[in-house]
Design a protein around this ligand. Structure first.
Ligand code: 5U9
Length: 130
């Protein structure tokens, strides 16, 4: 229906802005592009569903997200993948786990601050029907 489509267009505009802010934060640099499978050769043996911020921006444009919760599920996936692939006590693993948790918390905080909760509930209702 047309009214729903106007709401989803507004959601896309909002999610592009959130994605841009996250991708422009140097702290989250490692999560901005897909892991280079030629450099990190064992990545797909460990991580079955890779995700990154560039892929999420493409998913926004392809109308893959019908509510902010679906968008945050992919941010949570980026974080979970990094925690799983970098489990060691080394400082490099600890640093990337810290960056992953910071990405997750920043994304949830940005949406809680900038998103009208009634609007998200209306979007979740549309998502449920589709
Ligand atoms: C995106 C992501 O989780 C990622 C990219 S490289 C990496 N880890 C390493 O390069 C080594 C540090 N301990 C393994 N993790």
């Amino acid at each position: 229906k047309r009214k729903e489509d106007y709401k989803l267009r507004e959601l896309r505009i909002f999610l592009r802005d959130i994605c841009r802010k996250l991708a422009s934060n140097r702290r989250f640099y490692k999560f901005t592009k897909p892991v280079d499978l030629e450099e990190v050769t064992d990545y797909l043996e460990i991580i079955k569903q890779p995700m990154d911020l560039e892929t999420m921006m493409t998913k926004v444009d392809m109308h893959k997200y019908n509510c902010a919760k679906e968008f945050l599920d992919d941010v949570d996936l980026i974080c979970a993948n990094a925690l799983e692939y970098n489990p060691d006590k080394t400082s490099s693993d600890k640093q990337i786990r810290h960056e992953a948790c910071s990405l997750r918390d920043h994304a949830h905080a940005l949406i809680d601050v900038e998103m009208d909760s009634d609007f998200e509930l209306e979007c979740q209702e549309i998502a449920r029907r589709r």
